[in-house]
Design a protein around this ligand. Sequence first.
Ligand code: TGC
Ligand code: FAD
Length: 395
Amino acid sequence: MSEHRAPAPDPRDFLSVDADLDETERDVRDAVRAFAARELAPHVADWFEAGTLPDPRGLAEAFGALGVLGMHLEGYGCGGSNAVAYGVACRELEAVDSGLRSFVSVQGSLAMAAIHKYGSEEQKQEWLPPMAAGRAIGCFGLTEPDSGSDPGSMRSRARRDGSDWVLDGTKMWITNGSVADVAVVWAATDEGIRGFAVPADTPGFTANVVHRKLSLRASITSELVLEGVRLPADAVLPGSRGLGSPLSCLNEARYGIVWGAAGAARACYEAALEYAGTREQFGRPLAGFQLTQRKLADMVVDVNHAGLTALRIGRLKDRGLAHHNHVSFGKFANVAAAQRVAAASRSVHGANGITLEYPVMRHMVNLETVATYEGTEEIHALSIGQAVTGVSAFR
Ligand code: TGC
Ligand code: FAD
């Protein structure tokens, strides 16, 4: 009897995580990966260097045609995919740049998800089909200059004036704020925190671009100013009530980051593997030095752990079993893993690693934002701590 030999691991998918994707999920992976290689990767270093996205509307329409905007939502022109397929799409986009995954996250998992979860039938009909197609851009305004990790302390107010609502306040760090057609704005009311669909052409609404960022440069970040913004009664998202409403949207976007961070980690690891195989010092490739192999071993472990974590949480989500503490676990673990991989990859690249000719420093600085937004590393550590001890240490 001949001895069975398992195939040797594929260095690019060491634990064969993708073998556990079904055919539809693999098709999504291949389509998004091909799109990203063709339409995004050749330009992203220039966009990052310029500190902006030169054609956000064109990009939105291209993402719409690809089918990734609100792809996990049902109806209204959305794709209705499962959570794993959506996650795989996020992974492939973030393997190019976190800012590009952010574009898709904010549109689909925050702005569209808020309208889908809490909006009226009219609001869904008005906004979701054009947003899914990328003909309309949305943003999600929760954070304020003085309320980041603690959004419950927000100062933005919405008060009734007859049947109208009048909104005043400032939102800060809002992705796509200055290119949005509609801003989902969260404000305190006499009935608690509620969400509002604010068309960007409403008098009193202005958006100012945040300049001089050193991270997430291939992404537009804005301040939203609302001064006496008068909205009709039907602008409120009728199903929204309390801080739990925006937080449940965050779970969707945080879930995308769990996968996205695995993509950024994979890209940095693959860049290091390739570089170490070709760059020679002391008469042989860097890959032949023990210290480099240790870095590659650490990287491949982090990349595969991140991939397994993402897939596990995705499968739980598709069975309706992903608690928000699971998502916190994934964001906390995978972003930290990606940061370790990016730093190790940058060191393998030597001086070349600090340039935009290679993707690693771009990923490394992007990951500073990814570790900060959607709940900082500390906030997710405290969520996990609360889940395992039963004691809240937020305050
Ligand atoms: P707390 O009293 O704990 O909770 C208030 C209510 O919300 C419920 N809840 C959640 N519900 C759904 N999902 C979650 N993740 C939830 N976390 C809490 C909770 O059960 C409670 O419900 P109820 O019915 O009892 O009232 O609220 P807290 O004020 O103590 O704050 C908790 C904390 C710190 C975890 C929360 O505020 C938080 O997550 N802070 C971080 C803020 C954050 O992540 N901001 C992100 C802004 S958006 C963004 O960054 C977009 S980046 C662009 C991109 O994604 O690419
Ligand atoms: P702070 O809350 O001031 O925190 C500062 C430090 O204190 C952090 O290390 C934090 O972890 C720590 N800290 C705070 N509280 C505690 C505690 N209880 N215990 C221990 N440590 C604590 N927001 C939106 O609403 N929409 C968007 O589209 C959006 N896009 C963004 C895009 C970019 C590029 C960036 C950088 C941010 C974006 N944000 C967005 C904002 C983001 O969600 C916030 O930056 C984040 O929630 C953290 O808030 P903060 O920056 O005010 O930091």
